[in-house]
Structure formats: C-alpha cells, structure tokens
Design a protein. Structure first.
Ligand SMILES: [Zn+2]
Length: 267
C-alpha cells in the first residue's frame, strides 16, 4: 500500500472509448469473482460493487505465510510481531470485512513481495484459472494493476486469463489508493493499449447499479475491518475509499504472441 497522496487528475488519458457504451447489464446482478492482490484491495476498490452482489467471491492472491516467519517494516508499522502474526490478523480482518459484504473469501498461498519468492505471471495465471473454475466460472472482476509490483503482476495474470479464455465480459477495476498517484493510471492504460487492449465504459444502467442503496455504508464498515492496514497507512480514513469506484469493460485483442506478452513490472 502507499501513504495517502492527493487526488489529482484522475481521468485515465489512455482509455480507449468505443463509439457507444457497451451494454453489460445482463448478468451484472449475479455474484462475481473479484480478484484481489492483497487482503484488503478488493474491498477498498470494489466494496460498493461487492455489497450490491451478495454471494460474490473475493479471491486474494498473496495470502501465503513465510516459513520461518519474517520481520518486515510494513508488518511492524501495521502493529504485527512477525509475518505469522500478520497473516493471522489480516485473514481475520478479511473474514470480518467479507461478512459485512456477504462475500466469500478464497485465498491463494503466494507470498507478498515484502517476503520475497514472488511467483511468475504464468504460475499465477494457472492458479487464478483453477480458482475461478472451482468457483463455477462467475463473471470476472480484476485489477488494472497499478504501481505496486504485486498489483502489476496480478493485473498481468488476470489479463492473460481473459485472453486465454476469450472472455468478452470481464470487468477491470482501478486499484484504490494507487489510482490517486498522478499519471499512474493513465500510463497503465496507455501501456495496455500498446498491447492491443481497449477498455469500454460501462453503460449507464450498469453504473447506476453500482450505487445500490446502502452499499456505500456497507463498504465504509467493511473497509474499517482492515484496522492493521489502515494503521500502516498512517491515516484512519484514506480519503480515496469514499471516492467513486471506477470500472471498465476489458475488450481483449485477438490473441497473438506479441499481445500475450506481459508488461514489464516495477521490480
Ligand atoms: Zn495491495
């Protein structure tokens, strides 16, 4: 995560607009499969959407526990003794948050970059595909993948899944907090446009459905379940958590060896 930064121009300059908004309303009311890099990202970025889709699954990628335990500055700043203590507490926070949103958690055993041993995009893609199939192939909601190397990696793995499965209805969300860093979101869209991806806006009906009554309140309560992470962010109320959530429909390019290459990570 990142310390709070001021919101600037949040419009993604690289977004490719289609002539008319693509209708995605059919099926939007059904439970979703939301991919979350860390324990908190899906709720911070998609809490209102999750609140309006009870029964959705949040699949969190970096839930692995290092053995032996590690001692990192981030975990210490979040108030944890070591990595084992951190993972136990963070999973409990996640359970609390997902219960508020009536969602279910699926957690993959990969290690957060602060612990080393980061997986490859191919390994992640296979694991995500397996988890998504096990869940019954719900509609995918995936991170754009901004700023943090773990987020970029998960975004790349999700797009590889979208291409491999030839999905035409996957939704991308802009990663909360990181999306507020000036230029980060626009540069990501531009890089993906060079790989052949375009991103269509949701139609008005779909956008309206993201603001179901009570969903903002539920998101607020769920986000505050992640107490240790909010402590590490040095701000009990990161202002971006109350800003509108932002979604686009992924319009994948036709698969080709060039386009299947992943973007370089920040590592
Ligand atoms: Zn994260």
């Amino acid at each position: 995560m990142v310390a709070h930064v001021r919101a600037s121009s949040l419009l993604p300059h690289g977004v490719m607009h289609t002539r008319s908004s693509t209708s995605i309303s059919p099926g939007l009311a059904a439970p979703l499969f939301v991919v979350s890099p860390h324990l908190d990202d899906a709720v911070f970025s998609c809490g209102m959407l999750l609140a309006s889709r009870p029964g959705s699954i949040v699949c969190t990628v970096f839930c692995g526990e290092p053995d032996p335990p590690q001692y990192t500055p981030w975990d210490r700043s979040a108030g944890h003794r070591d990595s084992s203590d951190a993972l136990r507490a963070r999973v409990a926070e996640d359970e609390h948050a997902l219960a508020v949103l009536r969602a279910r958690g699926v957690r993959l055993p990969f290690l957060d970059s602060q612990y080393g041993a980061t997986p490859t995009v191919e390994t992640l893609g296979r694991a995500l595909t397996h988890a998504w199939r096990e869940a019954g192939l719900p509609r995918l909601v995936v991170p754009l993948g901004l700023y943090h190397s773990d987020h970029i990696l998960v975004g790349d793995a999700c797009r590889a899944l979208v291409l491999a499965q030839r999905l035409s209805d996957a939704i991308v969300y802009e990663d909360a907090l990181y999306r507020t860093i000036r230029g980060v979101t626009g540069r990501r869209y531009e890089a993906l446009a060079r790989q052949g991806f375009t991103f269509a806006p949701l139609d008005a009906q779909a956008n309206a459905s993201l603001r179901a009554p009570g969903s903002a309140n539920a998101k607020w309560r769920a986000a505050h379940a992640y107490r240790s992470q909010l402590r590490a962010l040095s701000d009990a109320h990161p202002y971006d958590l109350v800003e509108p959530e932002r979604y686009r429909l992924i319009v994948p390019a036709r698969p080709s060896p060039h386009r299947l290459r992943t973007a370089p990570s920040s590592r």
